[in-house]
Design a protein around this ligand. Structure first.
Ligand SMILES: Cc1cc2nc3c(=O)[nH]c(=O)nc-3n(C[C@H](O)[C@H](O)[C@H](O)COP(=O)(O)OP(=O)(O)OC[C@H]3O[C@@H](n4cnc5c(N)ncnc54)[C@H](O)[C@@H]3O)c2cc1C
Length: 587
């Protein structure tokens, strides 16, 4: 049966902050834009962002974008590209005002200006006293932003395909991307969207780990789609573990709690961060705090009967501050940890949170990829933005509040560049029917049920392996064993057994497609991590404890074919200011 086809100027896969900000740009410029999302748009993970978005507005303490840029470069452990970082930190200021004017209900200070809280890794004057740079709507900032962007898109008549699952990109013989095959989840019907440009905005991949702050939908689909058309993934070894997930559960307790004055204690009641980061203490960078917590637990100073977590204390802040600034946190702590933070501390342990790596792009959102073994080139018609992309502004470690910023700034930049591309490329390229057949085959493959292990069991086995072998501390031995396990898991996938009830058949098929994506992305993390023989940012190797700029100040690129690793230089030259040269990173 022939597949239904639809035509658009721009196809956006993903309706989080990145996808919706790009769509808004395009729809208001009268482009025909389609947004595909596997969940209803306002259920995208952006909705869960709590703490806020960074911009040097200087509403609460002195600030400017140069300091923000310095902190971001330092936070990245010097692996971030400084042209993109400069662009992001400068654009932060108009971006936040634009959101304010679009209707985001930010919290306010007494003079009516936007409220800003302190977050980890923020400083005044290039490494001096703590700054307050994170613009917040209580502890529900992502919710406020996503709903506003969605409403603005409805007004601009963006075309939404809600609850459609993107299966694969279609790339023609010349290497251009000409659209994607998607599936309506309810009916299981395939739909081919032919598009002059395609933007991947599919978010993160936290579900590769067993304990995570991410939603069930964060399965790295866009990254896996990029891998399958031959685009490598960049810097995938850099995965952020957020220090304060609810112990044993993984749900996030925002860094904003520490920004408001909360702090961590071990079983002796000691405020241990003073030993690890004498100046910044609990507001040191996330990688530093996560390692400190794991070390406290390993050395027997953890809390609880199993000694397997530490405590986050905020009862001294008082009920009024908690009710005004952290209402969502109080609710999460009550529901998931059974404690009221007004009275008692919250049990916490690091949780898988954010992927610094992703689909390599330039600062215009264009995907750049080596063609075969040749030099790097822009992939015509293909863009990526948001957590699935790697610009790279976060390098080896992302600062809190910089992801909402990244998705908004580069979502918009991609929208602007797509308009330029459309002006020069007015017609659809012919569809590549061979590529379409290949994508359809991937979909129909899951119509027959295998005889082997169930999707659920294989997924659990995979996520546990990732947690055990690619976690906060990584050694050669642990990682080598992890890669062997992943290869065995990958081999079992071909015969995996789908859930049997026919009523939920399409969701079972989606779960299988997601598992395949998870394993592809997990492999990129494990192999990139095994290859990098140094400790930098979130990638911490007790067997190579030092950062090694001589050999490793470079981005890694993982290509799926042959599980190959390549490397490329860091763009250390900013656009208008002086380079920040690598220094030892202390807080
Ligand atoms: C609990 C939590 C709190 C956070 N708090 C903060 C914070 O305070 N500040 C900050 O800066 N950052 C924060 N972050 C990080 C930040 O929220 C995310 O990195 C960011 O929102 C990602 O946005 P995105 O637009 O890239 O993707 P998402 O918002 O994750 O959206 C992805 C979209 O892609 C769609 N999609 C994915 N795969 C497919 C497919 N195969 N087919 C169709 N559609 C698909 C989904 O349906 C969804 O619409 C937080 C993250 C978490 C998990």
């Amino acid at each position: 049966m022939p597949i239904t086809r639809r035509h658009f100027d721009a196809l956006i896969i993903g309706a989080g902050g990145a996808g919706l900000n790009a769509a808004l740009r395009l729809a208001t410029a009268d482009a025909r834009v389609a947004v595909v999302s596997k969940v209803f748009p306002t259920r995208s993970h952006t909705v869960a962002a709590q703490g806020g978005v960074n911009a040097a507005l200087a509403n609460v303490l002195p600030d400017n974008w140069h300091w923000h840029m310095f902190d971001t470069v330092k936070g990245s452990d010097y692996l971030g590209d400084q042209d993109a970082i400069e662009y992001m930190c400068r654009e932060a200021i108009p971006t936040v005002y634009e959101l304010e004017h679009a209707g985001v209900p930010f919290s306010r200070i007494d003079n009516g200006k936007i409220y800003q809280r302190a977050f980890g890794g923020q400083s005044q004057n290039f490494g001096g006293p703590q700054a307050a740079r994170t613009c917040a709507a209580a502890d529900r900032t992502g919710h406020a932003i996503l709903h506003t962007l969605y409403q603005q898109n409805i007004r601009a008549r963006t075309h939404f395909f809600d609850e459609y699952f993107a299966v694969d990109l279609i790339r023609d013989q010349e290497g251009a991307v000409v659209g994607a095959l998607v599936m309506e989840i309810e009916s299981g019907e395939p739909l081919l969207i032919e598009s002059k440009t395609t933007l991947l905005a599919t978010g993160g991949c936290g579900q590769v780990f067993r304990t995570t702050s991410n939603a069930h939908i964060n399965t790295g689909d866009g990254m896996a789609m990029a891998l399958r058309i031959g685009v490598p993934l960049m810097d995938m070894e850099f995965y952020q573990f957020h220090p304060t997930g609810i112990a044993g559960k993984g749900m996030l307790i925002t860094e904003g709690v520490r920004g408001e004055g909360g702090y961590l204690v071990n079983k002796e009641g000691e405020r241990f961060m003073e030993r690890y980061a004498p100046n910044a203490k609990d507001l040191a960078s996330r990688d530093v705090v996560a390692r400190a917590i794991v070390t406290e637990v390993k050395e027997g100073r953890g809390c609880g009967p199993q000694r397997d977590h530490v405590m986050l204390k905020l009862d001294h802040l008082g009920e009024e501050v908690i009710a005004k600034r952290l209402p969502g946190i109080r609710e999460s702590a009550r529901i998931f940890a059974g404690v009221d933070p007004v009275e008692e501390p919250i049990p916490v342990f690091p949780t898988a949170h954010y992927v610094m790596g992703g689909i390599p792009t330039d600062r215009f959102g264009r995907v750049v990829s080596p063609v075969g073994s040749g030099p790097e080139e822009v992939v015509p018609g293909l863009y990526a933005a948001g957590e699935c992309a790697c610009v790279s502004v976060h390098g080896a470690n992302r600062l809190g509040g910089n992801s909402l910023l990244d998705i908004l700034v580069f979502g918009r930049a991609a929208g602007i560049d797509i308009m330029d591309y459309l002006r020069e490329n007015r017609h659809h390229r012919p569809m590549d029917e061979t590529a379409v057949e290949k994508a359809v085959a991937r979909l129909t493959r899951w119509e027959k049920k295998g005889e082997g292990i169930s999707v659920r069991e294989l997924r659990d086995e995979f996520r546990k392996s990732m947690e055990d072998h690619a976690g906060v501390f990584r050694t050669e031995e642990v990682m080598t064993e992890g890669v062997d396990r992943l290869k065995a898991i990958r081999a079992k996938l071909a015969d995996v057994r789908l859930k049997d009830q026919s009523a939920v058949f399409n969701t079972a098929r989606v779960e299988a497609l997601e598992l395949e994506n998870l394993i592809d992305v997990g492999m990129s993390i494990a192999l990139s991590a095994l290859a990098r023989k140094e400790s930098r940012g979130a990638h911490s190797r007790p067997d190579y404890p030092k950062r090694d700029d001589q050999s490793w100040l470079k981005h890694s690129l993982y290509t799926q074919e042959g599980d190959r690793m390549d490397y490329k230089p860091v763009r250390s030259k900013p656009l208008t200011v002086e380079t920040f040269p690598p220094k030892e990173r202390v807080y």
